[in-house]
Ligand binder design. Structure first.
Ligand SMILES: *Cc1c(COP(=O)(O)O)cnc(C)c1O
Length: 383
C-alpha cells in the first residue's frame, strides 16, 4: 500500500538536496564555529552563508537572522524580548495562536501580566482595527500569527505591523506556516520579529530562526556562550542550520511554482470532497489561505475515527488540533471560529506539499467518501 502523506503542516519530509547538504556537513564540517583553527573557521564561513540564504528568503539582512532550535523557541524568545526591553504589563495576541505563544502568555498572566486574546472572525482572522482598539498605555507586544496552522487563514499582518509601529509597540508574528508558502519581504514591512522553523519547509527538525529587525533591542532567552552575537548561547547546530539554509534556498527558487501547483491541488481536493460529501463545512478563508491547506468538518463523525480509517488506507492526515489524545476538548481554533462541539469534533486537516501528486489527491477523493459514509452509518449522532 502506498503511503499518501497529507500532513505537511505538522512536518515535512526533507528534500533530497537538503539531506545531502546535512550529511555533507555531518561528514566534513564538524568544526565548532567559535574555534580559531581552520576547521572551526570553515564552520563559521558556512554559518554565515546559511544566514545569508535564510535572510534572502524573507528579504532581510543576514544580521537580522538569529538561529534557534525551532519555531517554539523563537516564539518564546520573542515574548521574552518584549518583557525584558519594554516597560509595561500588557500584551495583545489572538485566541487562535499556536500553543508556543498561548502557553507562555498564560504563564505570564500568573505572574501579573495582562493578556488580551483578540476574538477572531469566522475564518480565524483578526483585523488591524481590532488590534488598534485593544492597545493600552502599557502594551509592550502585539503577537499575531501569519498563517493559522489548523485552518490556513492568512492574517493581514503587514497592516497590523503598521498599526503597532505607529504606536511604537513591538510586533511579532509566528511565521512558521507562512515561510516558504507566501512571499515575505521584510524590507517592505514593519514586522519587528518573526518566528521560523526549518522542518516546516523541507528542512531538518530542531532548528529554526527568529528574525529580529535591526534596531530592535534584544536579550537572550538562553544564557551561556557568545554565539549569535551574544543573544543565543550554545554551540551552533551547523548541520541543522545548513539544512535549513538549503531548504530556504530551494523555497525561494521555487516559491511561485510551489504556490501555483499546490493551490491547484488544494482546490481540486476541496472540490472533490465538498461536492461529494453532504453535511460538511469547509473551514478557513476561501482565498486568503495557505496554498496547501484543506480543512473540513464532517457532521456526525469523530475526527479521530476518521484519521484511523484513513491511515488504514495509507493516508496520513490530521484532525488539525494539537490536542493530546484522550482529551475530549476540541481544538481552541475551531471553538473560537464559532463551531459547535458537535461539528468541531468531526474535523479533518489535509495539508499538501511538494511531494503531493495529482494521483494522491485523486486517491484521497476516492477513499474519503465511503469512509465518511461508513462512520456516519455507525454513528449514534446521525439523524
Ligand atoms: C510547527 C509550528 C510551531 C512550532 O515549531 P517547532 O519548530 O516545531 O518548534 C509554531 N508555530 C506554528 C504556527 C507551527 O505550525
Amino acid at each position: 500500500m502506498k503511503t499518501i502523506y497529507m500532513d505537511y503542516s505538522a512536518t515535512t519530509p526533507m528534500k533530497p538536496e537538503v539531506i545531502e547538504a546535512v550529511s555533507d556537513a555531518f561528514k566534513h564540517h564538524y568544526g565548532n564555529a567559535s574555534s580559531i583553527h581552520h576547521i572551526g573557521q570553515d564552520a563559521k564561513v558556512l554559518l554565515q552563508q546559511a544566514r545569508e540564504q535564510v535572510a534572502r528568503l524573507i528579504g532581510a539582512e543576514p544580521r537580522e537572522i538569529f538561529f534557534t532550535a525551532g519555531g517554539t523557541e523563537s516564539d518564546n524568545w520573542a515574548i521574552e524580548i518584549a518583557l525584558e526591553t519594554k516597560p509595561g504589563k500588557h500584551i495583545i495576541t489572538t485566541s487562535v495562536e499556536h500553543h508556543a505563544i498561548l502557553h507562555p502568555l498564560e504563564a505570564l498572566e500568573k505572574k501579573g501580566y495582562r493578556v488580551t486574546y483578540l476574538p477572531v472572525d469566522e475564518y480565524g482572522m483578526v483585523s488591524p482595527e481590532q488590534v488598534a482598539a485593544a492597545i493600552e498605555d502599557d502594551t509592550i507586544l502585539i503577537s499575531v500569527m501569519y498563517i493559522n496552522n489548523e485552518i490556513g487563514s492568512i492574517n493581514p499582518v503587514e497592516e497590523i505591523a503598521e498599526v503597532a509601529a505607529q504606536h511604537g509597540i513591538l510586533f511579532h508574528t509566528d511565521g512558521v506556516q507562512a515561510l516558504g508558502n507566501i512571499p515575505i519581504d521584510m524590507s517592505a514591512n514593519q514586522i519587528s520579529m518573526m518566528s521560523m522553523s526549518a522542518h516546516k519547509i523541507y528542512g531538518p527538525k530542531g532548528v529554526g530562526a527568529l528574525y529580529i529587525r535591526k534596531g530592535v533591542r534584544t536579550v537572550p532567552l538562553i544564557y551561556g556562550g557568545a554565539q549569535e552575537r551574544k543573544v543565543r548561547a550554545g554551540t551552533e547546530n551547523i548541520p541543522g542550520i545548513i539544512g535549513f539554509a538549503k531548504a530556504a534556498e530551494l523555497a525561494r527558487e521555487n516559491l511561485t511554482a510551489h504556490i501555483e501547483r499546490l493551490s491547484g491541488l488544494r482546490d481540486k481536493l476541496r472540490d472533490g470532497i465538498m461536492n461529494q460529501i453532504p453535511q460538511a463545512k469547509y473551514n478557513g478563508h476561501p482565498t486568503k489561505r495557505h496554498p496547501g491547506n484543506v480543512h473540513v468538518c464532517f457532521k456526525y463523525i469523530e475526527g479521530e475515527s476518521l484519521l484511523l480509517l484513513l491511515d488504514m488506507k495509507g493516508i496520513c492526515a490530521s484532525s488539525g488540533s494539537a490536542c493530546t489524545s484522550g482529551s475530549l476538548d476540541p481544538s481552541h481554533v475551531l471553538m473560537n471560529i464559532g463551531l459547535t462541539h458537535e461539528i468541531a469534533h468531526g474535523s479533518l486537516r489535509l495539508t499538501l506539499g511538494d511531494f503531493t501528486t495529482e494521483d494522491d489527491v485523486a486517491t484521497v477523493i476516492e477513499e474519503i467518501g465511503p469512509i465518511v459514509q461508513r462512520l456516519r452509518e455507525m454513528s449514534p449522532l446521525t439523524e
